[in-house]
Design a protein around this ligand. Structure first.
Ligand SMILES: C[S@@+](CC[C@H](N)C(=O)[O-])C[C@H]1O[C@@H](n2cnc3c(N)ncnc32)[C@H](O)[C@@H]1O
Length: 333
């Protein structure tokens, strides 16, 4: 056994704790690493994306990411062939929890330079354009593509029970983001007086419009755009639903923040989406940007947007995918 190994083996728990804290402080004593943590405030980025934003070489960046990962300040997630980095979620059992909270709060107050903001925006625009192009291109094959993962009928009755269980007034204002072909939209339009359908693909929005016209319903307003547009137009609602949409959205964290603006006090956000999976083919086949989500991811983005986490429901599908139905609410401040 080497001397160093003997020292480690003999280290008291207090010593070990101090060593860990020293490693944490060393990891933080670097401007670039602090900038990385700032960039990951709400977002996750792939290594190449971070290289572009920070304008540095991958080899240099990888070293810094490793240092941050060693002290659990960042964690990784595999999205197909790419590794995505995000801030490590803080566990209640973390001995340095208060310190890390204070650290993140301080870092988050540091403004980003114009170049970094432009870099992030450019990555997000590219991701959003990829998703939009997919839906505009595949409108004819939409059902077929979507059916590769799941059909609405697989979970329609569960979702219907969940929505009815919310016991919202018929006059509640409801918005569905990304209604696609409009199956859920039709269901909602039969339950509520007025619905807003928001979709950023003109082709998909036309498809939903057609479904509603065919059902001879006239209580749906169709809005072209994303939640940023809805926020800008000052649209408000009591129930906001994303059904299999979030994994197509470039910045889920920003979307949660938009939702907090759009919801009325006591309003509810219902997210139906895939749990984390490793089926990379859905990127090409179904235009997915994200391979589902960890439930903690959704909780974390909701917390950041000051939305409270409510009930959740998980459904396994025959093909191995799992669906999560998650409710969040806006406090009545
Ligand atoms: C997979 S489809 C889901 C359709 C439908 N909710 C369903 O489950 O059948 C995704 C839909 O979300 C729309 N979409 C994708 N990104 C969006 C965004 N950022 N804002 C609004 N709609 C979006 C797409 O155009 C498409 O209509």
């Amino acid at each position: 056994m080497t001397l160093a190994a003997i020292n480690v083996a003999n280290a008291s728990p207090q010593d070990q704790q101090l060593d860990n804290f020293t490693a944490l402080c060393k990891a933080l004593a670097d401007k670039l690493r602090l900038t990385i943590l700032r960039l990951l405030k709400n977002e996750s980025f792939g290594v190449l994306e971070l290289c572009r934003i920070l304008d540095i070489k991958q080899s240099a960046l990888s070293h810094h990411l490793k240092v941050l990962a060693n002290v659990t300040l960042v964690s990784t997630r595999r999205e197909g062939n790419s590794i995505f980095y995000r801030r490590g979620l803080l566990a209640e059992s973390d001995p340095f929890l208060d310190y890390k909270h204070a650290l993140f709060d301080t870092i988050d107050q540091q403004p980003l330079t114009t170049n970094l903001v432009a870099g992030i925006q450019s990555i997000q625009n590219e991701r959003a354009q990829l998703s939009l192009d997919f839906f505009n291109r595949n409108v004819d094959k939409f059902k077929e593509q979507q059916g590769l993962i799941t059909n609405f009928s697989d979970f329609a009755s569960t979702l219907d029970d969940l929505v009815k269980g919310l016991q919202l007034n018929q006059s509640a204002r409801v918005m569905e983001v990304g209604p696609g072909e409009g199956e859920l939209l039709r269901q909602l339009a039969s339950q509520f007086d007025h619905i807003i359908a928001l979709d950023n693909s003109p082709e998909m929005l036309d498809m939903a419009r057609h479904t509603i016209a065919k059902a001879e319903m006239n209580n749906v307003s169709f809005v072209l755009g994303d939640t940023g547009v809805a926020k800008h137009q000052q649209l408000r609602c009591d129930l906001l639903i994303f059904n299999m949409v979030l994994h197509h959205i470039s910045s889920p964290a920003e979307t949660f923040a938009d939702c907090a603006h759009i919801l009325n006090p006591n309003g509810l956000l219902l997210v139906v989406d895939l749990c984390r999976h490793d089926q990379d083919w859905v990127r090409q086949g179904c235009g997915d940007l994200w391979l589902g989500f960890e439930s903690e991811d959704l909780t974390h983005w909701a917390e950041k947007a000051e939305l409270a986490t409510g009930q959740s429901l998980y459904l396994g599908l025959r093909n191995g995918f799992q669906i999560q139905m998650r409710l969040f609410s806006k406090p009545n401040k």
